[in-house]
Ligand binder design. Structure first.
Ligand SMILES: O=C1O[C@H](COP(=O)(O)O)[C@@H](O)[C@H](O)[C@H]1O
Length: 233
C-alpha cells in the first residue's frame, strides 16, 4: 500500500500558497532534468487560488505544457470550462495549454480526438495534480457506462469521453477525462482538497483500496508511489 502524507493548513490562503509553491518546484525540477515540463492541472473551484498564484511565478513557462485533468463539454468561454480557466491564466505567460475538447458535442468523438492530440506529447506527465468531487469522482472518472474503460482501459488510451451516470446535478455535462492509467503513470501525483467531508471521503477511499466504490479510491489503489494530500478544513 502506498503512503499518503497529509499536509494540513490553517486556511485556504495558506493551502493555495503551499500548493502553488510545491507545483512550481516540481515544474522547475522537470525543466532542469529534461528541459521541459508536462503537467495536468485540475478544474473545479478548489484549485483556483493556487493556480492564480502559480501563474504569477517566475518560471520558463514557454517550456511548460499544461493539460486539464478533465473537461466538461462546454464552449471554452463557459465558466464551467476547465481549459478556459487554464488558458486565461497561463496563455499570457506563454505556456502551451492543450485542450481535451475542441467544440465536440459527442463525448466519444471528443475523447477519441483528445487521445489523438495527446499521443503527440511526451508522456509520462511530470505531475498529475488532482482534485476530488464531493461524490468521490477524480478528474472526470465517474460511475457510468465508461467507468471500466476509464479505470481499466489500455495504457495507450489516455483520454476518454465520459457520460457520468447519474449526471451530477450541479454540472450536468458530458466530459472528457484523462484515464486512470494516464494519471497514475505521472512522475508525481498530488491531491488538493478542502473540507472535513472530503477528508473523510479520501481517508475511507485509502482504507478501502482497490475495493473502494469511489473513483478516487480506485485511482489511489493503483498508485505506485507515495502521495502528498494537501488539505484545509
Ligand atoms: O468536475 C470536476 O470536479 C473536481 C472537483 O472539483 P472541486 O471544485 O470540488 O474541487 C475537479 O477536480 C475536476 O477537475 C472537475 O472537472
Amino acid at each position: 500500500m502506498i503512503d499518503a502524507e497529509w499536509w494540513d493548513y490553517e486556511d485556504e490562503d495558506e493551502l493555495a500558497e503551499a500548493v502553488a509553491g510545491d507545483v512550481a518546484f516540481l515544474i522547475e525540477q522537470a525543466l532542469e532534468a529534461r528541459g521541459r515540463a508536462f503537467v495536468a492541472f485540475p478544474g473545479g473551484n478548489t484549485p483556483l487560488k493556487a493556480l492564480k498564484l502559480l501563474s504569477e511565478k517566475k518560471i520558463e513557462w514557454a517550456d511548460v505544457t499544461i493539460v486539464p485533468t478533465d473537461e466538461r463539454l462546454v464552449p471554452p468561454t463557459d465558466p464551467a470550462s476547465n481549459v478556459g480557466m487554464l488558458a486565461k491564466l497561463f496563455l499570457p505567460r506563454k505556456a502551451r495549454v492543450v485542450p481535451l475538447a475542441t467544440g465536440e458535442k459527442d463525448p466519444r468523438a471528443a475523447g477519441l480526438a483528445a487521445d489523438e492530440r495527446l499521443a503527440a506529447l511526451a508522456w509520462p506527465l511530470d505531475l498529475a495534480w488532482l482534485g476530488v468531487g464531493a461524490d468521490g469522482h477524480v478528474a472526470s472518472i465517474f460511475p457510468g457506462p465508461d467507468y471500466d474503460a476509464a479505470l481499466n482501459g489500455p495504457k495507450v488510451r489516455r483520454a476518454l469521453g465520459v457520460r457520468p451516470e447519474p449526471m451530477p446535478e450541479d454540472m450536468p455535462h458530458a466530459r472528457v477525462t484523462l484515464t486512470k492509467p494516464a494519471l497514475v503513470s505521472a512522475r508525481v501525483v498530488t491531491l488538493m482538497i478542502t473540507g472535513k467531508t472530503k477528508r473523510k471521503l479520501v481517508e475511507k477511499a485509502l482504507k478501502d483500496g482497490a475495493s473502494s466504490p469511489m473513483p478516487i479510491g480506485r485511482l489511489l489503489a493503483d498508485l505506485e508511489m507515495d502521495i502528498d494530500i494537501h488539505w484545509c478544513a
